[in-house]
Ligand binder design. Sequence first.
Ligand code: NAD
Length: 356
Amino acid sequence: MNNYKITLLKGDGIGPEIVDQAIKVLDKAAEKFNFTVTYDEALLGGCAIDATGVPLPAETVAKCKASDSVILGAVGGPKWDDQPGSNRPEAGLLGIRGALGLFANLRPSVIFGPLKSASPIKDDIIGDNMDIMIVRELTGGIYFGERGRKEVDGQPAAWDTEQYTVAEVERIARVAFDLAMKRDKRVTSVDKANVLESSRLWRETVIRVAKDYPEVTLNHMYVDNCAMQLVRNPKQFDVIVTSNIFGDILSDEASMIAGSIGMLASASLSGGKLGLYEPIHGSAPDIAGQNIANPLATILSVAMMLRYSLDQQAAAEAIEAAVAKVLEQYRTPDIYEDGFTKVGCKEMGDLVCAQL
Ligand code: NAD
């Protein structure tokens, strides 16, 4: 029987309560699909600053590296707002992504049928099965490029650099094409090749990689047009692959199409098996400790972990189906509508387990 070692980074705010529900569901899936899971907790973010003085202790990196995968709740909160930038909880987040070599960020934007009305987009535009996967490059580009201050025409000025190597573009393109092969076999590569040299290199490289995937249809879109098309006709997309900064913006836009922030999962992959799985939302300090947070984004992140890191496809599908079924009757306060039964964080976890 397979046993998986999972490191838990529960983090701050609602992090611990949502991760507790996710591991309850994972344990249930393990029982049903005949595998076992052992957990090890480590500190990240504000809780790590309180305990050790830094947001990413070396021990956390070591534990994550020694595990099959990592589940993260969320980090941050007003308590740590006066920390210097390099010692804020969010610095721990960037640090762990770098330390684990997580260069690919996967953000699905899926509408669960019963939640269609939570989308700000009209029903006929979303259709019945909107299912977009955004693949964002996570460790390169302008967020990691050289930057500085200088003087221009006697004025204080600042500059940042967008740079990509062919190797960086190739590896993220391969992640996107591999995913497309398991989906609808369509990739949209998003760039700004009409203006940026780095985008022209991006486009040339994606076209070259596409030759290895003859079954996948590739098209290219400028980022401004893509931002528009996502709300105009989201059904046209299957897999979108793009740079760090464009992906940051487009994935937030796409996530709003799907409705509530409490529903959206994500995965960050290293190219090997090890991945980091987390909800896209933050630590929600305004509702922490009240048993009202929606744990479904974290539960759906666990489903992604089963699919992309642990090769437990059937368990992943079962969790997603259980979530869809539970939503037909039960809602946490953030997605509550008349006619449904309102439940808390823990109850939502119990309901998904019972459905499984
Ligand atoms: P947030 O995502 O924490 O909260 C935004 C709003 O959504 C709040 O009203 C919150 O109550 C609600 N919300 C979020 N998750 C929810 C859930 N699961 N169920 C129900 N409601 C939910 O964003 P914010 O308020 O801008 O940031 C709060 C803290 O989180 C900050 O310190 C920020 O830096 C941090 N943050 C961390 C991450 C991360 O760990 N990956 C991501 C974003 C923000």
